[in-house]
Structure formats: structure tokens, C-alpha cells
Write a new protein. Structure first.
Length: 93
């Protein structure tokens, strides 16, 4: 299994795409920037089992301008290929 870590992030963009690149169509993609500066404007994907819920959390973060706590696979250099989001929680502040 890939290395996972937790990070507080700002959600920049989120939505589905049916390109078949990372998993079953449609895949949900979320663009994040880490609050600690470790990465900016990186794309991640969400697997089928939690994609609706993760999209709902990402959209709530965008509309409320709140950050999320994310558990993600360590991003690849240059953000290619995208890595996975395993957990996404809306933060209270």
C-alpha cells in the first residue's frame, strides 16, 4: 500500500470526470492546496466507494470557504499520476 498521511487543505476545485484514467467511471477529482505549503494545486482522485460523499464534502468546503482534513497518498512529483484521497472531512474553522 502507498504511504498515507493526513493534511489540512483548501479545496480549489472538485468534480466528476469520465476519462477512465484512475478507476470506474465517473471518477471524482479534487484539487487541493496543503495549508502547510507541502503542495499547491494538486489533483487527487476518490475511489468509487466514497466518491459521492467526498464530492459533497469538497463542494461544502468550496461554498463555505472552509478547509478540509484529508488523508491522502503521498503526491507524486509533478502531480503525475494523481494519487488517491482516502478520507475527507470538513473542518469547523
Amino acid at each position: 500500500m502507498a504511504e498515507l498521511f493526513g493534511v489540512v487543505c483548501t479545496v480549489n476545485q472538485a468534480g466528476p470526470a469520465a476519462d477512465g484514467g484512475e478507476g470506474p467511471n465517473p471518477v471524482v477529482y479534487v484539487n487541493l492546496t496543503a495549508a502547510d505549503g507541502s503542495f499547491a494545486d494538486y489533483w487527487f482522485f476518490v475511489e468509487d466507494l466514497a466518491k459521492r460523499e467526498a464530492l459533497a464534502v469538497a463542494l461544502a468546503a468550496l461554498t463555505s470557504r472552509r478547509r478540509v482534513s484529508a488523508t491522502i497518498e503521498t503526491p507524486h512529483p509533478g502531480n503525475s499520476p494523481y494519487t488517491q484521497i482516502y478520507r475527507l472531512y470538513l473542518r469547523s474553522s
